[in-house]
Design a protein around this ligand. Sequence first.
Ligand code: FE2
Length: 139
Amino acid sequence: MNGTRVIWKEELVTGNDIIDIQHKELINRISKVLNTSDMPNSVQVADTINFLFDYVFDHFALEEKLMIQTGYENFDEHLKEHSYYINYVNKLKRQKIITRELISEMQSELQSWFLEHIINEDRKMAEHLRRYCIEHVHL
Ligand SMILES: [Fe+2]
């Protein structure tokens, strides 16, 4: 397939190990199906869409729990971006026909969401969590 590819990059590292492992798993799973040279079959795409939905359910829940527990000041902005993603994947779930155009759109939409969200929001959150631990956890 041409166009944007969904790939893991070093700049996506937030420094929070659990969050990074989950992001990597998400991006690797998506790239396996979307970054193929042939048109992926509709079952594979439907499975990926379900995965995108189910996996982030737990992943976002973890991030949101950590933000609430540590009184993160940018919680509302962060939540808005999670909602945007959930709405987008919900829209994908309603697609009846998988076309090349849809795959290309998914690639560029998901890649730009992950890049933008992880670099701007998740990294900021991870930095807040790191500072919180230094200030509150005394070993
Ligand atoms: Fe996030």
